[in-house]
Design a protein around this ligand. Sequence first.
Ligand code: DQA
Length: 160
Amino acid sequence: MKVLLISGPNLNILGQRQPEIYGTQTLADIEDLVGKRAKEWGVTIRPYQSNHEGALIDFIQQERSAEGLIINPGALSHYGYSLRDALEAFPGGKMEVHLSNVHARESFRHHLVTAPIMDGVVAGLGWRGYLAALDALVPMLQERHDRGATRPSDGSQSGS
Ligand code: DQA
């Protein structure tokens, strides 16, 4: 099973960027932690970061065969409609993560355009939020997979 780990604008400078809000871990640290937890789940992580909305969209379109994704869209979460459309078209499971509690910050951060089309959203747990997202996503994908395998149309279940 493959899960994409996508980071939007300014997340490449985590560790230096307002550490009192976003923590001292770098993006490489977070990708490493998620990669290690994913290994425990038997899942492969494919990390990607860009400061450009179009590049994020290209990546999501290219990787549509992945079973799931975890994304921190950065500020694009608040206004990135093209990114939202790309995420909506991605057929796999989707989790959104924010390091900070966006609801407790400036009012422009309260409005999330990507969140409504996600399977789940984690905010305010710092780097631990990524692990929480992965720990919720993997069993969800496994359940979906198992349900899919026993759909009546597969002939493996008699109709009720
Ligand atoms: C963020 C919150 C956004 O409002 C901000 O623009 C970011 C990071 C977070 O992880 O808390 O870049 O997504």
